[in-house]
Design a binder for this molecule. Structure first.
Ligand SMILES: Nc1ncnc2c1ncn2[C@@H]1O[C@H](COP(=O)(O)OP(=O)(O)OP(=O)(O)O)[C@@H](O)[C@H]1O
Ligand SMILES: [Mg+2]
Length: 379
């Protein structure tokens, strides 16, 4: 007959699917009773009505019976953590401060995608870049810093609500292999949000601090149009972070992106590269390239900042249509002109702004073992 410790060792190998930590380490296992052929486990969910109930009901019995052939019946009693237990858990799991992405130990490359000008494709580029980086095996977070004009949730087709373990611990939603948070995941779609500058600052801070990003390789920030508040806030939280400027080939767009680049420089951000969107159109009959928005904006902007032109994305109306319905072209049509262009841009981004080395020692995080996490009953 297995001992309680042996059963606990098996449970310790099971991770909470959202927090990615052992359920024993998180203090979720409240009691283990062994009376062969029966094992009973008392498990406290992080929040009542946790959507992962059925996961635990399936996985715990399967793991225990697979480990101990003499155990043929496993009962999992589900309860919920007390407020105090949840606070202890949050304190242990939360590893970020607003500025922790800026420390030398950070494993995350923070990359803002901005342009100053509205409607040039910042959100489209951000969503495709996130999906393409994730496809290549990088861990990626997408933070929609367009608090008022959020669109990232629509671009990746999920208005799912994040799991809020506590207001200081929010599990981001997942799409196409990356994690994301957007106001679109938090509010009803068409409800206007009236906010003053300080509130935007606070929300950006919350998104950086309270969302359980888990040190992704890349954290992409979809910037709002304009050069104002959010750039300033971001530069305060993540001093020296990089920005990729998006422009179309037109002079008018290029000049606005230039102002955004200078503003970024003023607040200590570094222009890491330029992407020219809607750079050309391809005739679907003869394949000829035309330039409905002129030429030159991307090169000019890149020259201004001595930064590389990371790529040119064609005007691709079906791609725009797909993007607006939550389907990034690198996922649904990687062979389309825009899909291929995004793949090339992604290669260029990785080359110019490589992920930080993974071998760097992770910050050691406190292990939570509240007294009540110890087994309380014996069989
Ligand atoms: N290369 C492209 N070909 C066709 N349509 C595109 C292309 N890039 C973007 N679009 C479309 O243009 C519109 C604006 O794009 P997007 O929302 O990405 O711009 P934005 O710069 O984020 O805008 P905002 O400043 O409002 O945040 C969207 O409908 C999008 O689908
Ligand atoms: Mg946008």
């Amino acid at each position: 007959m297995p001992t309680i410790d042996q059963v606990r060792d098996v449970l310790a190998t099971i991770n909470d699917p959202e927090l990615h930590r052992s359920i024993v380490e998180l203090g979720m296992v409240k009691g283990i009773e062994v009376a062969a052929p029966q094992v009973t486990v008392d498990l406290a969910l992080t929040i009542p009505g946790c959507p992962l109930k059925s996961f635990f009901q399936e996985v715990l019995p399967a793991k225990i019976s697979a480990s101990f052939p003499e155990i043929t019946s496993v009962t999992v009693n589900l309860g919920a953590m007390t407020d105090e237990e949840r606070k202890a858990l949050v304190g242990g799991v939360r590893s970020q401060t607003p500025t922790s992405f800026a420390t030398p130990e950070s494993r995350t490359t923070v990359l803002a995608i901005g342009s100053g000008k509205g409607g040039v494709g910042k959100s489209t580029v951000t969503a495709n870049l996130a999906a393409a980086l994730a496809k290549r095996g990088h861990s990626v977070g997408l933070l929609d810093a367009d608090i008022w004009g959020f669109s990232s949730s629509r671009m990746v087709g999920t208005s799912a609500r994040p799991t809020v373990v506590d207001e200081r611990l929010i599990i981001p939603v997942e799409a196409y292999g990356f994690k994301m948070i957007s106001m679109g995941n938090l509010v009803e779609d068409d409800r206007p949000i009236v906010m003053r500058g300080p509130m935007l600052h606070k929300i950006l801070q919350n998104f950086l601090t309270d969302v359980h990003w888990e040190e992704p390789d890349y954290l992409l920030i979809d910037m709002p149009p304009g050069t104002g508040d959010i750039s300033l806030s971001l530069s305060q939280f993540v001093p020296g972070c990089s920005i990729v400027l998006i422009t179309t080939p037109q002079q008018a767009a290029e000049k606005v992106a230039e102002r955004a680049g200078h503003m970024a420089g003023k607040v200590g951000m570094k222009v890491a590269g330029v992407i020219e969107n809607m750079a050309y159109a391809i005739c679907e009959h003869c394949g000829e390239r035309t330039h409905p928005f002129g030429t030159g904006g991307g090169h000019e902007l890149a020259d201004t900042f001595g930064a590389p032109l990371l790529g040119q994305i064609p005007l691709d109306p079906p791609m725009g249509e797909l993007a607006d319905h939550g389907k990034p072209s690198v996922i649904v049509s990687p062979e389309s002109p825009s899909g291929r262009a995004f793949e090339e841009v992604t290669d260029a981004v990785i080359k110019v702004i490589p992920p930080r080395p993974k071998s760097r020692a992770r910050k050691s995080l406190p292990i939570i073992m509240s007294p009540s996490a110890a087994p309380v009953r014996t069989g």
